[in-house]
Design a protein around this ligand. Structure first.
Ligand code: UD1
Length: 418
């Protein structure tokens, strides 16, 4: 297994163009199941997660071409089974459920199983399909869903906010008979992006980006071309990296309006930034102050930036209380950061970080999940000495060409065989 060797102490300075968002790319790829015509997606990040999903979609029968950040998907699905090995490797694979059911009246999708950051059930996805009239059975570890006479629009009230369940329901309802309202829907920019793409394909969706999404079902969708929204989590990770290393970093192709919660907190922390319509420049900052954070569904502070923010708090002045409200087991980066000298106490869903003004120190650490991994990279870049991060395959799930992009901005890091 590969590892990353990082020598700390260099400022992250220069220019980075932000990639298309992983969390938008995955549902958009699944939307390719909803028409025989060609769906062309531009600004596609080249990630192990997107490649895995392409394998699954090819297995369903789609013809997929991928070159230079452009993916085109065409053809009809001929196989409605999403097997355990592909779904368990990536939970977002469950997003084929709604499209297959809506288009073909049947789907057999493996239950994704547990994952490192919590049990992550799919009950809300299943209940949404049932509300639209599907008959769903759970057998042999699979969701077996049928709607031989098609789906029917309904009012679906989500008891709690789920990004994936909102996406699955939105795709299924796009081809249901009549109107669907998704109430207490997730509002993430990636959901807005999916809604916009589906509308280009002929769907009639409104309210995406708010907590009530209205979908008037249509008989069929057609081909379209869509540009994937910039990755706010990747952008946020690089902003935090620049702040931690005192760098001067300009990010291009970014949507600052998608980062409001992070940018507001970072201002309080003392990170100096210049913000434009589609770029953000982080200016060299010193005297960073500890500020409390609580994760929440969008437009709140993203759980996917919690680990990176915690790394930043390790070098800020004072105590920061970080509350994780979305996932129950998302502090696995804590013991690894502590190996680098961080002072953190966890109590249930709270972590209290005592900032160390004398900084972090390099150490051998282990990547445990995608966002935990990048938090260790950021910590290593600002630490004294060398850090060796093992199990970095997690990083490749969500950060395209990470080493070369960080190296171009002054970071000293190399990948080595484990
Ligand atoms: C998506 C993102 C992930 C992000 C998360 C929360 C993608 C591909 N992944 O994941 O990066 O961290 O949103 O912003 O977009 N839940 C249930 N039952 C369900 C579904 C979810 O109880 O059927 C719970 C989850 O366990 C979790 C909460 O709802 O506690 C939110 O999860 P959800 O928004 O569904 O996350 P994902 O869509 O899996």
């Amino acid at each position: 297994m590969e590892k990353l060797l990082i020598t700390g102490g260099q400022q992250l300075s220069g220019e980075i163009t932000v990639s298309g968002a992983k969390n938008a790319a995955l549902p958009l790829l699944c939307a390719g199941l909803m028409t025989d015509e060609t769906l062309t997606l531009t600004n596609m990040p080249d990630l192990s997660d997107t490649r895995l999903l392409m394998r699954l979609l090819t297995n369903h029968g789609l013809d997929i071409q991928f070159q230079d950040e452009v993916i085109s998907l065409a053809g009809a699905a001929t196989n409605f089974d999403a097997p355990y090995d592909l779904v368990s490797a990536m939970r977002a694979s469950v997003l084929v459920l709604g499209p297959l059911l809506a288009c073909y009246g049947e789907a057999r999708v493996s239950l994704p199983g547990g994952c490192a950051i919590g049990s992550r059930p799919v009950d809300l996805h299943i209940r949404a399909m049932q509300s639209l009239g599907a008959v769903v059975e759970l057998a042999d570890g699979y969701i077996q869903a049928r709607a031989p006479h098609g789906l029917t629009g309904a009012n679906i009230v989500f008891p709690n906010v789920s990004v994936g369940a909102t996406e699955n329901a939105m795709m299924a309802a796009a081809l249901a008979k009549g109107q669907t309202k998704l109430i207490n829907a997730a509002r993430e920019p990636e959901i807005t992006d999916l809604g916009e793409c589906l509308n280009k394909m002929g769907a009639k969706i409104s309210g995406h980006g708010t907590d009530v999404i209205t979908i008037d079902g249509v008989a069929a969708l057609h081909g379209a071309t869509h540009d994937v929204v910039p990755d706010r989590i990747e952008a946020g990770s690089f902003i935090i990296g620049a702040a931690m290393t005192g760098g001067n970093l300009r990010l291009h192709k970014v949507r600052p309006d998608h980062l409001d919660a992070l940018l507001a907190i970072l201002k309080d922390v003392g990170v100096r930034m210049s913000i434009d319509t589609d770029s953000i420049t982080v200016l060299p900052s010193t005297d960073l102050k500890a500020v409390n954070v609580e994760t929440a569904p969008y437009p709140g502070f993203p759980t996917d930036l919690q680990a990176q923010y915690m790394a930043l708090m390790c070098i800020a002045d004072g105590y920061a209380r970080i509350s994780e409200t979305i996932f129950e087991n998302r502090f696995m980066h804590v013991p690894e950061l502590m190996r680098m000298g961080a002072d953190i106490t966890v109590d249930g869903s709270y972590a209290t970080v005592k900032g160390k003004i004398d900084g972090l120190k390099g150490a051998p650490v282990k990547a445990t999940d995608l966002r935990a991994s990048i938090s260790l990279v950021l910590a290593a870049m600002c630490a004294n000495g060398k850090t060796e991060i093992s199990e970095i395959y997690h990083l490749d799930r969500g950060y395209a060409n990470l080493e070369s992009r960080l190296q171009a901005c002054g970071a000293t890091l190399t990948r080595a065989a484990g």
